[in-house]
Design a binder for this molecule. Sequence first.
Ligand code: NAD
Length: 527
Amino acid sequence: MTLTPQRPALTRPASVTPELLQRLVARVASDHSRTPWPLTEVYTGEVLVELPQSTPTDIERAFAEARAAQRAWAATPVKQRLEVFKRAHALLLDNAHRTADLIQVESGKNRRMAIEETCDPPMVMSHYLKRAERLLAPTKRGGPVPFVSSSTEIRVPKGVVGIIAPWNFPFATGLSDAIPALMAGNAVVVKPDNKTALSPLFGISLLEQAGLPKGLFQVVCGEGPDVGPTLIDHADYVMFTGSSATGRVIGERAGRNLIGCCLELGGKNPMIVLDDVEVDEWVQGALFGVFGNTGQICMHIERIYLPESRYDELKAAFVKATEALRIGAAYDFGPDLGSLVSPDHMARVQAHVEDAVAKGATIVTGGKARPDLGPAFFEPTILEGVTTEMECGVVETFGPVVALHRYRTVDEAVALANDTEYGLNASVWGKDLDRAEAVGRRIEAGNVNVNDSLATAFASKGTPSGGVKTSGVGARHGDQGLLKYTDVQNLAVLKKQVMGARPGQDYDAYVKQMLSGLRMMRRLGIR
Ligand code: NAD
C-alpha cells in the first residue's frame, strides 16, 4: 500500500475559518443550556467548534417558526417557489469547493468523494425543477357520473417535514431530501448528525442566499435519542436516513402518531460477477463500489460472488488494484481513500474483522487500523472464508471491508446474494447485457446496477430509489420522492343531483337503470 504524506504536512482548508464556523453554528436552534458537542476535524481529532445542542423547548420553537413561515410559502405560487431553486442550483455549484472543504473536515472522507457529494443536491434540484410544476398541478379526473360530476386531485403540502440525517453523506442527506419537500410547499426541520452538522448548515445558508424565506428551513442538533422523540412528535412527516435499527424506532413512533415516514436504511449489498466479465472495467468499478467513501456508502458492496471458473484470475486482479490504493489524510485529490468518520466507528469495523478472523476467515490484504495516518484510518481489506456465523457475514460493516466468495452456478450465486435480511442495492457484471439484466431482476433489492456498483442507480433521479426487506420503507427520487411530501385532497363536484332514485321512481327500476348504465360505461370505456 502506498502512503501519502502524513499528518505533519496537513494544512486545514483556508476557507474553514473560525468566523465561518461560528456563523454556521449560530443558526442551530438552541438556548445554549446544554453542554455543546465538540465537533472535530476527523484527520487530526482537533476540536473545530462547539456545536450547540437543542432542548425539547428549542425544538418546539423551531417547529413553531417553521410552521409560521410555511403558511406564506405554501401560498406562494409553485413557479415562484421554483425560482429560488434555480438560483440555488447555481450557488451550490459555485460553492462546491468550499462545501467540500467542510464535508472533508467533519467526515474525514477523501476529496474526490467530498466533491462528488456536493453534486447531489444540484442534481436533485435539476430533476425536480423539470417535474415539480407538473406533479403539483391539480389534475382533473372523471367523476362517477359522466358530464355531471368531476373529481380533482389536489396536492397539498404536509406542513412541516422532519428530516433525520446520518454522517456518511451529511450535505447530500441534509439537503437533497429537503429540496422536493420545500418545492412542494413544506417547511423543514432537519437534525444532522452532531459529527457532521457543518456542511448542511452551510448548504442551508446558500439556499437562504438564493431567496429561501428565513425560518422555513430549521436546524436542531443533539444525540438522536434526545432529539428524535420531540422532532417526530411535532412533524407532519418524517424522512429518515440511517441504520435499520434506528429506522425501526423512528417508524414505530411515526406509526403511533399516525404520520407518514420514509425510511432509507442499511444494506449488506452483494455483487455477482458473471463469467464473461471484462476484468479491467470490473476491477475499477468494484474498487469504487467497495472502498468509495472508505466503505461508508449505504449502497456499497460488502459481498462479492466470483465464478469458480475465473476465481483466481479475478481475485488476483482485484487484490493487486486494492494494494495500489493510496490511503491518507489530505485536502487535495491525492488519496484514493480517506479516514473513517470517527475512532468509534473504526473500532466497530476493526471488531468485525477480528470476529471474522477468530471464526476462521482469512485476511487476503489489509485488516489493520492505521493510527500513523490519523485516529480513524483503516486499511482497505479483503477477506475470504466469511460465513453467516460471523458478524460481517450478516450485519452491515459500513467500512472498507469486503468478502470474496466463489460460486459454481448462477442459481447458487443468486440464492447467496438473496440470503440476507437487507435489500438495498446489488450489482451484476457481465459482457452479455441481457443475461446480466436477467440475473439482476432475480435479486431482491430496491436498486440493481448492471456493470456498475451503485452510482448509476443512485444518480438516476427520475426513478424512485429505496430499499426492500429491512433496508427501508418508501423511496427518494422519482415522482414519489416529491409526492410523498404531499397529501391529496379529492375535490369532487356534482353539477346536478342525479345519483339515487328520483322522487317517485320505483327502486327496482332505478337499480335496473343503474346496472345497465354501468354496463354501457364499461362498453364505452368511460369506467
Ligand atoms: P444511525 O441510525 O445511528 O443514525 C442516523 C441518524 O439518526 C443520526 O442523525 C442519529 O443521530 C439519529 N438517531 C440515532 N438514534 C436515534 C433515535 N433513537 N431517534 C431519532 N434519531 C436517532 O445511523 P448512522 O450510523 O449515523 O449512519 C449509518 C447508517 O445509515 C448505515 O446503516 C447506512 O447504511 C445508513 N444509510 C442509509 C442510506 C440509504 O439511503 N438507505 C443512506 C446513508 C446511510
